[in-house]
Design a protein around this ligand. Structure first.
Ligand code: PEP
Ligand code: MN
Length: 367
């Protein structure tokens, strides 16, 4: 098992299902709330870090915006009375300065989603942390822009922070869905591909928005081999001053963690790896066939574009498109496939066809 007792080797890649678990309230509200929550959380051996927001970014003014500096005394007490490490959000260079002044009370700084979305803010924080040895966790930005997330990580790397983690907390949904934020798991996988050595932590609380959805999201993260979880936990969630609906009691947190199926990131069993390799060979071959077929389809699209041009016919024909989506979805359905998946693939293919045909029409315009 990796040693997580110091921040020096905090972010070792996980081994043997040893996940990096962070839990604690959305906000530090009172000394009693912080200490009581931390004590109960620390009884669960899986949790390594206590989180509590000291400065809270709120969408509208007039809400509880955090306790500020006095809360560091409470975190100091948490460290003294439990074995937990501590983390809080910093959003301005002044916050960093106060965190560093209280370095004995704080082990890790996290960067919130609203901050990651703003390169000026991120750079100001990276500048404030230059030459400082403290781990930093970077949440994804509110908008699903992988470059902003990666750029923020790079800014901290360039400032010399070598202990960095990424937190996946989902993306603003723009339309009403049952979750508070869209997970867009593919972006979390992409950040892991860009930074294979930095741990990827899932925050199911901010994706869920409601406590009943948290365990499913956390399990999905483990199935995808995330390195850890950050879960909002409050001694009395119903009266929490922020994010009341999504916080768990320490008991509910414990139950959730007990019920999660911890997946291994790989297996040493040679029979397993041999069989997996055979399946992967099949997938590889199918992927190449798919690309060949798509290429054939696009060549025909090109001919259609030229033919339409000769006959002065427009690119998009609604009736044909509706017919394509209907027949293909019906066929997919008869095979037991998800029709929405079929629709999304067709939309992508259709968009590419339109791009190719538009290019042909535009070329002709220039000649
Ligand atoms: C939080 O962790 O309480 C928080 C404000 O998160 P986010 O930046 O992901 O909204
Ligand atoms: Mn919160």
């Amino acid at each position: 098992m990796s040693d997580l007792s110091t921040t020096e080797n905090l972010f070792l890649p996980r081994k043997n299902g040893d996940l990096f678990i962070i839990a604690g309230p959305c906000s530090a509200e009172t000394e009693t709330q912080v200490i009581e929550t931390a004590k109960l959380i620390s009884e669960c051996s899986k949790v390594k870090v206590f989180r509590a927001g000291i400065w809270k970014p709120r969408t509208s003014p007039g809400n509880f915006e955090g306790i500020g500096e006095p809360a560091f005394d409470w975190l100091r007490k948490v460290k003294k009375e439990t074995k937990l490490l501590t983390t809080t959000e910093a959003a301005t260079p002044e916050h960093i300065e106060i965190c560093l002044k209280n370095r004995d009370a704080i082990d890790i700084i996290w960067i919130g989603a609203r901050t990651t979305a703003n390169p000026f803010s991120v750079q100001a924080l990276a500048d404030a942390l230059k030459g400082v040895n403290i781990p930093v966790l970077v949440k994804n930005p509110l908008n699903p822009d992988i470059k902003l997330w990666a750029g923020a990580i790079e800014r901290f790397q360039k400032a010399g922070i070598n202990n960095i983690g990424a937190i996946h907390r989902g993306f603003y949904p723009f339309e009403n869905i049952n979750l508070r934020n869209l997970p867009k798991w593919e972006l979390a996988i992409e950040i892991k591909s860009l930074f294979p050595d930095i741990p990827l932590i899932n925050d199911p609380s901010h994706i869920a928005g409601k406590r009943e959805y948290i365990s499913n999201i956390a399990q999905k993260a483990l199935n995808l081999n995330f390195d850890g979880l950050m879960i909002e936990t409050h001694i009395n969630p119903d009266v929490a001053l922020s994010d009341a609906k999504q916080q768990l009691t320490p008991t509910a947190l414990n139950t959730l963690l007990q019920n999660l199926k911890f997946r291994k990131s790989t297996s040493d069993n040679t029979e397993f790896t041999d069989i997996l390799e055979q399946y992967r060979d099949q997938i590889d071959s199918i992927d190449f066939q798919l690309i060949e077929l798509l290429n054939k389809r696009m060549k025909i699209t090109e001919n259609i574009g030229k033919y339409k041009l000769q006959n002065n016919v427009g690119i998009f024909q609604l009736k044909r498109w509706l017919d394509i989506t209907k027949t293909r979805q019906e066929f997919g359905d008869s095979l037991g496939m998800d029709v929405q998946f079929i629709k999304r693939i067709l939309q992508l293919v259709h968009r590419e066809s339109i791009r190719i045909q538009s290019k042909i029409m535009n070329q002709n315009k220039k000649n």
